[in-house]
Design a protein around this ligand. Structure first.
Ligand SMILES: [Zn+2]
Length: 315
């Protein structure tokens, strides 16, 4: 058989096979696209959904998305891998409206290893005094056990009783406090910070300036107290509903007045006072309270000092 003939045969064969191959290839491609689309949809959903842990605040969290504290929990819970497995799976697959906070009193370990540099953040070796600020950022390896509150927010398990006592004490005095942020993960804080930076970049600021501006309101990764699980953002429901952003106007509410006068009784302090911005590195936040233990709290609040000033004695 000459080369020409051979070529013809092959060519003929090809002509016969081609339609089948094309149809087959098209089917394979369609199947691949379908699989990719399904996978893409699921992973996308998982990220979105897991970013809205507490049901009760889901709507408000959206309205306050530009502020530091409100979007807080939103990004935090991208870490649902460290949450109890039942919750995690629920969050990954359900829609926003049906995301349920996990049951209370379930503790879970959040990060894994400790590092020597953590010692610098813990004055006198007292975990209640742990410092997380711009000067002493917490390493990503800082480890705590968190407990889920019934509303889905998380706190360091060791302060849950003190927190519950404070909320109950307020209620006895006719004050209803609403928590809008608790424990945040390192990754969540990173997302939160980057979102804020992007907001300023979109307004035309340089990257350096955008970071500087963002840091005024959102703690850069490692520098947020919410990483410690010892900080809570508390406001009044009423005020929350009528304000589109967290601002110092909260100090005019009776809820703030109660918190300011009573938080120390339960071991909490106003962490970022108005006149300590140079020391704390953060703007006045009348909604942000930090557990330090009753003894330290009373001394800090009665002397109107900030945590950094209090722990100086241990340096
Ligand atoms: Zn806060």
């Amino acid at each position: 058989m000459s080369f020409k003939n051979e070529y013809r045969i092959v060519k003929t064969n090809r002509r016969k096979i081609n339609p089948t191959l094309i149809v087959g290839a098209v089917i394979v491609l369609l199947v691949c696209f379908a699989v990719m689309a399904v996978l893409g949809a699921f992973s996308g959903k998982g990220e979105d959904v897991s970013s809205l842990a507490p049901v009760s605040s889901a709507v408000n969290a959206i309205t306050l998305a530009s502020s530091e504290e409100s979007s807080s929990e939103a990004s935090t819970s991208s870490v649902t891998t460290s949450a109890p497995s039942t919750t995690s799976s629920k969050v990954q697959t359900s829609s926003v409206a049906s995301v349920k906070p996990s049951t209370s009193s379930k503790a879970s370990s959040v990060t894994t290893s400790s590092a020597p540099q953590i010692e610098a953040n813990v004055p006198n070796g007292d975990w209640r005094l742990v410092i997380a600020n711009k000067q002493y950022p917490l390493p990503e390896s800082y480890k705590i056990n968190v407990t889920y509150l019934p509303n889905g927010y998380r706190l360091d398990s060791r302060i849950v009783d003190a927190y519950n006592s404070m909320i109950a004490g307020a209620k006895e005095d006719g004050i209803t406090l609403k928590i809008i942020s608790g424990f945040r993960t390192y990754q969540g804080q990173t997302t939160l910070f980057n979102n804020k930076v992007n907001k300023y970049l979109n307004q035309g600021y340089s990257r350096e300036k955008a970071k500087e501006l963002a840091a005024q309101y959102v703690a850069p990764p490692g520098t947020s107290e919410h990483l410690t699980g010892l900080a809570v953002d508390l406001i009044s429901t009423n005020w929350y509903n009528y304000n589109s952003d967290l601002n110092s106007g909260f100090e005019k509410t009776k809820e703030f007045e109660w918190l300011y006068n009573n938080c120390a009784e339960y071991g909490f302090v106003l962490r970022y006072p108005k006149d300590k911005e140079v020391i704390t590195g953060y703007s006045y936040e009348p909604w942000h309270y930090r557990y330090v233990g009753i003894e330290a709290a009373k001394e800090i609040m009665s002397n109107k000092i900030c945590l950094e000033e209090y722990v100086e004695r241990f340096n």
